[in-house]
Design a protein around this ligand. Structure first.
Ligand code: HEC
Length: 120
């Protein structure tokens, strides 16, 4: 193969990878799977049981995003949210914030972690 042909192939592969990454960012199931990591504590779809920790469902997108960025930077006091926020890129935090902002607030469907709440 001539070097120019290899170069063309590399460009094609790089473009395809870029399109795939973009498609993933647009995929609503990807956003939900990121947000699902928060359900254990913040309740299914961010509707927490008894408001502890606070519900995320229907909160303002910018508030959620800024809060997560502040946790990530250690600017906002927290017990465990610092560690959690550090696990995500800013792009992923945007997807998570958008996801929760679009959920209708409401009663929790089921306690996410009954064992942690005295097992009722
Ligand atoms: C292990 C349990 C746990 C998980 C998992 C968790 N959180 Fe939290 N979250 C908390 C606790 C506890 C607080 C109160 C602050 C603190 O002590 O860290 C909190 C606070 C917050 C707050 C501030 C709410 C407010 O209005 O004061 C936001 C926003 C938040 N979490 C978002 C998230 C997001 C988004 C995820 C998933 C990426 C997540 N949390 C995962 C336990 C959790």
């Amino acid at each position: 193969m001539k070097p120019t042909v290899i170069g063309a192939w590399c460009t094609a592969i790089a473009l395809a990878a870029g399109v795939a990454a973009h498609a993933q960012a647009q995929d609503p199931t990807y956003a939900r799977s990121l947000a699902a990591t928060c359900f254990t504590c913040h309740g299914t779809d961010g509707r927490s049981v008894g408001g502890i920790p606070p519900s995320l469902a229907g909160q303002d997108r910018n508030y959620l995003l800024q809060t997560m960025k502040d946790f990530k930077a250690g600017k906002r006091p927290a017990t465990i949210m610092h560690q959690h926020a550090k696990g995500y890129t800013d792009e992923q935090l945007e997807l998570i914030a958008t996801y929760f902002a679009n959920v209708k607030p409401g009663p929790s469907a089921a306690p996410a972690a009954p064992a942690m709440r005295g097992g009722y």
